[in-house]
Every structure is written in structure tokens, then in C-alpha cells.
Design a protein around this ligand. Structure first.
Ligand SMILES: CCCCCCCCCCCCC/C=C/C(=O)SCCNC(=O)CCNC(=O)[C@H](O)C(C)(C)COP(=O)(O)OP(=O)(O)OC[C@H]1O[C@@H](n2cnc3c(N)ncnc32)[C@H](O)[C@@H]1OP(=O)(O)O
Length: 722
């Protein structure tokens, strides 16, 4: 928990010891409070050095304790006693000093950091504010503007930046604890400077500038927060720091943290924190798991296809220091792709203040033969099964027998590709999201043939690229796009029934989505879905001409997006889609009067009487339809946990993190309510079978709506896939 020792005769060394990250759980707080008291009252001790075991100072409060009844001593009095002490207290920061860890460090009189240390207040990402004095001490140390930026974004800073900002006093390359002990010996008995080191005794100058900074900060934060409370409350806490004496500021901080600590948003964000980490802990029906499966070493990767996805994937790999052989079939395409990749790397290097992008890691070629020596190939060619099958057959002949073959398909059958190869166990899906060098999500799709080694390798590679990998089973659209289809269907149906694209989008954005569904559709291009619908026989020559236009494969179908595509309205790229753009390629969507006329004509053609669609109906139909499909996905074993589905939606589809994800949201609304609303909508729309509540949802409600992490126990035939 925490250890006490004496060094150099007069220095008390207090070492936090709570692996893996020295989180400040109740037992740690109790021990540290006791031994700090011992050090501060022991007449032989002249100074204290506070450090963490195993190269980590402290990652803050134990997040698992939030939401449970409080136990153990609070942090605020401990920090206060330490700061008020007449003995210098020096923090020796290695690894991280985050949240409560940084608050403890700010209560110390001096801070020495290792060059590789990172510091910050990430509480806002957990739906909180720095609630143990951090919101009051940091602005007194570094000023309002810098504190505002750090606290409202949760951004971590390097030791070097912390030194520039004045958060730490010294940065060391060598032994941080030895340096801190020497430092402590030097400041023993130096009284006046100690007084000035107590941050609570400083007054932040509240200039007119600071008032303007806070006002601007509030406006910026409100605009970016998409309905999240914590960033807004962070600004309120900083305003208290700027305008109130320290003790009153602390009272405000306490009121604000108490308001947030039990909020549904804090619960959702803390759920996301653990869900993201649990997603790494995959397992397969064979018993292979993340911690018993060895990944292969990957030094050299082949990327086939230099379209939008291939370019992003190539950039991601090169930025992670991996050699890439990028293959295109046509010279013109290769030229375009090469220029785009080099441009992206150049811009990225400039942003980081690096003059030389790592282009030496890149080879561009028109020949698949150059893939003979790569460890792994990521195929990113056109979404066409026949083409992919031909490519995989060829790759088998060209690549060494141990090369893993991965497909970046967004929904085609990975098993069907595996069976055309002589190395089925080495085939997995690596589904990146556009733009692949920016988006964090990676669906790793494994089929019945995929080996544990292949899954482990794809997941490890994803981690090296900074992605959040989630292992999913093989089915059309996998997890993300399979659920997205139902979300889109509901959005189209809402238009048929009377809504306008901008109205649906506004409601979704107010709910917290990064972008409304119709804006997303315009951005990705309406032709993407059009091709998928053609390939899956929903449109095209295979459809019986007698089939009504609004009916496909036994259920309601909306031809609205197909009609737009037929008119050449493909979204941003054509200057017109669900919205109107100034020019082809324009980025600013404007409601389109022609779209409104088109929808009116469409409705009268099919005898649909438009009605007013309420905001709550938009949210319920879109999000409950998604969650309902999520339950089916769980039941089929396509996702191992509800948390995995939520991670996919938060990191890949712009789902608001402060609402946890579609499955967590359903739990927060109440499963019984979701079930009842789905029954209601299914009664109104019996031609939409996906609105019929899934059996798993019904069983969970019968079982009294257990919490999300118990849902798996109610899945029948567990291990069918994952
Ligand atoms: C004092 C609390 C009392 C509670 C009662 C309420 C009182 C109300 C007053 C509240 C005042 C509190 C003031 C303080 C608030 C805080 O400090 S909030 C926490 C702020 N800190 C963070 O957000 C840090 C979160 N952690 C990370 O960012 C990263 O984990 C890391 C430290 C940078 C390490 O990253 P990496 O090396 O990639 O490892 P990970 O896989 O992420 O983590 C390893 C395992 O450690 C677990 N973990 C990490 N941090 C915490 C944590 N703070 N609490 C609990 N557990 C943590 C993580 O889940 C991993 O676990 P496993 O998956 O099981 O391996």
C-alpha cells in the first residue's frame, strides 16, 4: 500500500505501493495518511520524499471505488496537512502523476520529474473534476489559461512541458528518487521559500483577461462537450479558483464534485474506461485467450490497395515505425495514393515539429511479387468478393507460408476468403475505420478457422498502431456495420413518415453524436451503401420486378437512398446528398429545399401521410433498434460482451462517450422500458421485424434487468462464436 523508510539519516521516504498503477484506494489512503503523520511528527525527520513503486508515481483515485459507499480517509485533509508542514515535502515523479496523484504532488512543496513522466488531470474523461484541491491549486501555480486547457481537456503533459508550465521544478534523466532526496537535503531549513511553495496560500491574479479567458473557455467547452456536463463544471471550478479565496474555492470544488460523482454521465464514462481495457481481454471458444496466446513478430507489412482506407492504414503503420510495402494495380492510382500518403506523413511530421517524415519505411510497387517477404498483408481493395478472392488466392502463392493474410473488408464474409487460401488459420479481418490514420477503432474479425496466434498478432499490431482493438465474430457487417444498418433503416423510415434529414440529425447531435446520421452518410458517400445493397441483392437485376419498391426480403425497405444515388446525389463528393453543398467536395451541409420537395413527392407517390416526428421518437427508434440488434449479436456470440459493442460504437461511430454506448444506454434507460418501447414500435410497424424485442432482452427483463457485466450469464449456447 505504502512503505516508510529513512534515508540519509533525516529524510523520510514514503513509497506508494499498489500495483499496477499505485491507485489511491481506501487502504492506500489510510496507510499513506498514517505514515505521513509519522514522518511529519518524528523529530528526527527533517524532510519527506514521496515516490511510487515500480517507476509509477500514482494514477490517481481508484476508479473502481467510485459509485461505492465512501470508505477510508479522504485525500483533501492529507494533502492539506502535507502542504501545511514545516518540513519540506518533495514529490519524485516517475511514470505518471494523474488525477489525485497530481493533486498529492501539488500539495508537496517541490516536484522533481523523470524525463519520461507524464502528468495531468484526466478526471474530465471520467465525468469528474479534479476534486481534491487540483482545480484550486493548479491555476494558482500555472495561471488560469493553462489550467483551463489542461483541466477541461484532460490532456496529459510530458515532463518537459510540465517544466515549461511550472508544474515541476526539475526534470531528470537519471535516478529521480536519488535526485529528490538530494534536493530535499538542500532545502531543509530554508523557511521563507517553503512558505511561498504552499499553493493554497497563493492568490491567482484575476485580471480582466482571466475573466475573458474563462468566458471564452466556457463557450468553447459548451460547444465541444456535446451535452457532457463535466467540462462545463471544470470551468465553473476554475472560475471559483479565480474569484474566491482558497477556502471558499475548496468549498465550491467539493459541491461541484459531489454533484458529479453520482451522475449518470460519470457512471457511463467510468464504464467506458474499463470497457476499453476489458476489450483487450479476448478469448476464443478453443480456450485461447489474450494472456495465453503468443503474437507473431511483425516487422514488415504489405498493404494492397491505395484508396482512402489503404492510404490511412499505410500512414498508421509507418507512424508506428513499421516498414510497409504498398501495392497498387494501376500506375495512375499508385501515383495518386503515393502522393496522398507522403502528404499525410509530411503534414503529420510538421505538426509534431519533426522535419523528416519516416518515408524510408515505405516502398510503393505495382507488383504483388514484392510481398514475398512480408510478415502480414492487409488487403484494402474495392469491396468486391470476387476481386478479394482472386487476390487472396494470388497472395497465397506470392507470400511466404507464415504470412498472415488480413482483410479490411467492412462486412464481407471473412471465412469465404479464408477457404480460398491454403492457410485458413492465418486469415483474419482487420476492419479499420475511415480515416484509418485517425479513427481509433479496429474490429479484429475471426472465423472458425482463425488461429489464436493470428488473432493475437492482429490485436497486438492494432495496439502498436494506437488502436482500440475488439475481437468480433464473422457475420455480414460484423458488429459495427450490422448495427449501423438498422440505425440507418430507422432514419430512412423516419423521413418517409414525415421527418427531414436536418431534423433527425439535430436530434442525434443534441443526444451527443459527433455527427447526425445523414451528415455521416454524405461524408462517407451514399454510393458505399448502394454498392453493398446491390451486392446483397436488395437492388439490381436479381430483384423480382413484381416486388413492391418499399418491400425487400420479407420486410419494409426504404428505397430513398437508392433514388438519390440514381440521380447522382452521392453526398459531399457530388455536392448534393441528404444536404446541399456549395460545390462538389464542399464540407458545409445546408438543408436542401429540393430534398424537401423530393420527400414530399415520394410520400405522395406511396400514399404516406406525413406527421410530426418527435425528438424522443427519433432517439428511441434509432438507439433502441441498435441495442436490440446488439442483444442478438450477443446471443449469437458475434461479440463476447456488451462492453465490446459499446467500445465499438464509442470509438468507431461517434457515439457520445458520456452515454456509455448503445448497450449501456439501454441499461441506463432501463431494460424494461426499452422492451416496452420496442414492443410499442413493433406493433406500429409490424413490417420491421428488427423492432421485435430480441429473446435475450426479454430474458434479461424477466431476470430483473441485471447490470451489464452480468448479461453474458443469460446468453444461451454461450461459445457458439466467441
Ligand atoms: C479518493 C477517492 C475516494 C472515492 C470516494 C469519492 C470521494 C469524492 C472525492 C473525489 C476526489 C477524488 C480526486 C481524484 C480523482 C481521480 O484521481 S480520478 C482518476 C484519475 N486518473 C486517471 O484517470 C488515470 C486512469 N489511468 C490511465 O490513464 C492509465 O491506466 C495509465 C495510468 C496512464 C496507465 O496506462 P497503461 O500503461 O496503458 O495501462 P492500463 O491498461 O490503462 O492500466 C493498467 C491497469 O490499471 C488499471 N487502472 C489504471 N488506472 C486506474 C485507476 N486510477 N484506478 C483503478 N484502476 C486503474 C486499469 O484498469 C488496468 O487494469 P487491468 O485492465 O485490470 O489490467
Amino acid at each position: 500500500m505504502a512503505r516508510y523508510s529513512r534515508t540519509e539519516g533525516t529524510i523520510a521516504l514514503i513509497t506508494l505501493s499498489n500495483p499496477p498503477v499505485n491507485a489511491l484506494g481506501a487502504a492506500v489512503r489510510r496507510t499513506i495518511t498514517d505514515i505521513m503523520h509519522r514522518a511529519l511528527t518524528d523529530g528526527e525527520v527533517k524532510a519527506v520524499v514521496l515516490c511510487g513503486e515500480n517507476g509509477t508515481f500514482c494514477a490517481g483515485a481508484d476508479i473502481r471505488e467510485f459509485g461505492k459507499p465512501p470508505s477510508g480517509p479522504a485525500l483533501v485533509p492529507l494533502i492539506h496537512d502535507m502542504e501545511a508542514s514545516e518540513k519540506p515535502v518533495v514529490a519524485a515523479i516517475e511514470g505518471v502523476a494523474l488525477g489525485g496523484g497530481l493533486e498529492i504532488a501539488l500539495g508537496c512543496h517541490y516536484r522533481i520529474a523523470h524525463a519520461k513522466a507524464r502528468l495531468g488531470f484526466p478526471e474530465v474523461m471520467l465525468g469528474l473534476i479534479p476534486g481534491a484541491g487540483g482545480s484550486q491549486r493548479l491555476p494558482r501555480l500555472i495561471g488560469i489559461p493553462a489550467a483551463l486547457e489542461l483541466i477541461t481537456t484532460g490532456r496529459l503533459v510530458s515532463a518537459q512541458e510540465a517544466l515549461k508550465l511550472g508544474i515541476v521544478d526539475q526534470v531528470v534523466d537519471g535516478n529521480t528518487i536519488e535526485t529528490a532526496v538530494k534536493f530535499a537535503l538542500n532545502v531543509i531549513g530554508v523557511c521563507r521559500p517553503l512558505l511561498s511553495r504552499r499553493l493554497s496560500e497563493r492568490t491567482p491574479a484575476f485580471s480582466v483577461d482571466a475573466a475573458a479567458v474563462l468566458e471564452e473557455g466556457m463557450a468553447r467547452v459548451k460547444q465541444r462537450a456535446r451535452g457532457a456536463f463535466a467540462p462545463v463544471v471544470c470551468v465553473q471550478a476554475l472560475r471559483a479558483a479565480a474569484t474566491l479565496p482558497y477556502s471558499r474555492g475548496m468549498e465550491t470544488e467539493e459541491q461541484l464534485i459531489n454533484m458529479l460523482i453520482d451522475s449518470s454521465q460519470a457512471r457511463a464514462l467510468q464504464y467506458c474506461f474499463f470497457a476499453q481495457r476489458n476489450a483487450r481481454k479476448w478469448s476464443l471458444p478453443s480456450g485461447a485467450r489474450w494472456n495465453n496466446s503468443k503474437p507473431r513478430a511483425v516487422h514488415r507489412v504489405g498493404v494492397v490497395g491505395l484508396g482512402t482506407m489503404g492510404r490511412g492504414i499505410t500512414v498508421s503503420l509507418v507512424k508506428a515505425g513499421i516498414s510497409v510495402v504498398a501495392v497498387e494495380m494501376e500506375e495512375k492510382q499508385m501515383d495518386l495514393g503515393m502522393r496522398a500518403v507522403l502528404g499525410m506523413l509530411e503534414r503529420d511530421a510538421q505538426r509534431r515539429g519533426d522535419t523528416r517524415p519516416p518515408t524510408h519505411l515505405l516502398t510503393f510497387t505495382l507488383s504483388l511479387q514484392q510481398l514475398g517477404n512480408v510478415d502480414l498483408v492487409i488487403e484494402a481493395v474495392f469491396e468486391d468478393m470476387a476481386l478479394k478472392k482472386r487476390l487472396f488466392t494470388e497472395l497465397c502463392n506470392v507470400c511466404k507460408p507464415s504470412t498472415l493474410l488480413c482483410t479490411n473488408t467492412s462486412g464481407l464474409d471473412v471465412d469465404a476468403l479464408a477457404v480460398v487460401t491454403h492457410r485458413r488459420s492465418l486469415v483474419v479481418g482487420m476492419h479499420f475505420f475511415a480515416p484509418a490514420n485517425v479513427m481509433k477503432l479496429l474490429e479484429v474479425v475471426c472465423g472458425p478457422h482463425s488461429s489464436a496466434e493470428a488473432v493475437a498478432t492482429a490485436m497486438t499490431l492494432g495496439k502498436r498502431l494506437g488502436k482500440v482493438g475488439v475481437v468480433v465474430g464473422n457475420c455480414p457487417g460484423f458488429v459495427g456495420n450490422r448495427m449501423m444498418k438498422l440505425y440507418l433503416d430507422q432514419a430512412y423510415f423516419l423521413l418517409e413518415e414525415g421527418a427531414a434529414p436536418e431534423q433527425v440529425d439535430q436530434v442525434l447531435e443534441e443526444f451527443g453524436f459527433t455527427m447526425g446520421i445523414f451528415k455521416v452518410s454524405d461524408l462517407s458517400g451514399l454510393d458505399v451503401g448502394w454498392r453493398v445493397r446491390k451486392a446483397s441483392g436488395l437492388i439490381g437485376p436479381d430483384v423480382n420486378p413484381k416486388t413492391p419498391s418499399r418491400w425487400r426480403q420479407g420486410c419494409r425497405y426504404s428505397p430513398l437512398p437508392d433514388l438519390l444515388c440514381e440521380q447522382g446525389h452521392l453526398g459531399q463528393k457530388s455536392g448534393r446528398g441528404w444536404y446541399l453543398y456549395e460545390t462538389p467536395g464542399g464540407k458545409e451541409p445546408k438543408p436542401d429545399p429540393a430534398m424537401h420537395r423530393f420527400l414530399q413527392e415520394y410520400r405522395s407517390r406511396y400514399g404516406l401521410t406525413p406527421r410530426h416526428v418527435h425528438a424522443h421518437e427519433v432517439i428511441e427508434r434509432c438507439t433502441y433498434a441498435m441495442a436490440n440488434e446488439g442483444f442478438r449479436i450477443l446471443e449469437e456470440g458475434i461479440a463476447a460482451r456488451a462492453e465490446d459493442i459499446d467500445v465499438i460504437y464509442v470509438f468507431g461511430y461517434g457515439w457520445p462517450r458520456h452515454r456509455g454506448g448503445p448497450m449501456f444506454h439501454a441499461a441506463q434507460v432501463g431494460l424494461a422500458t426499452v422492451l416496452q418501447r420496442l414492443e410499442h414500435y413493433h406493433q406500429l410497424h409490424p413490417d420491421v421485424p428488427h423492432l421485435q424485442p430480441s429473446p435475450l432482452l426479454q430474458r434479461l427483463v424477466e431476470a430483473g434487468s441485471p447490470p451489464v457485466h452480468h448479461w453474458r450469464e443469460h446468453v444461451q449456447h454461450l461459445h457458439s462464436h466467441l
